[in-house]
Design a protein around this ligand. Structure first.
Ligand code: SF4
Ligand code: SF4
Length: 97
């Protein structure tokens, strides 16, 4: 990981997701959005990507990967906490796909 990436990671705020799951019912790809965001928050907290990859593979074994997200943002209409899900899923894909 480059110095820029380390700086970027430490400067990034965790995603304020409660894990309520409301967004999932609207995703045409049935992505496990709260679980993926939870894993990403663990990464932002300092966990090594390599240690999280097995869980990412498990979470996406029976649904789509983050990279499959069409960024349609339909899910964002269901989020009472205004999480920018489309942008977040794209960042998750950058890290794990
Ligand atoms: S933006 Fe991505 S996660 Fe949200 S509904 Fe569309 S495909 Fe699913
Ligand atoms: S609706 Fe918002 S707060 Fe609830 S799981 Fe989805 S992203 Fe997280």
């Amino acid at each position: 990981m480059s110095n820029d990436e380390i700086h970027s990671k430490t400067e990034t705020q965790r995603i304020d997701c409660t894990g309520c799951g409301q967004c999932m019912k609207d995703c045409p790809l049935e992505l496990r959005i709260p679980d993926l965001i939870g894993l990403y928050n663990t990464y932002l907290a300092g966990a090594a990507v390599e240690s999280l990859v097995p869980e990412y593979e498990r979470l996406t074994s029976d649904s789509g990967k983050a990279g499959d997200c069409a960024c349609c943002r339909v899910c964002e209409g269901s989020c009472a906490f205004r999480v920018r899900i489309g942008d977040t899923i794209a960042k998750i894909s950058d890290v794990f796909d």
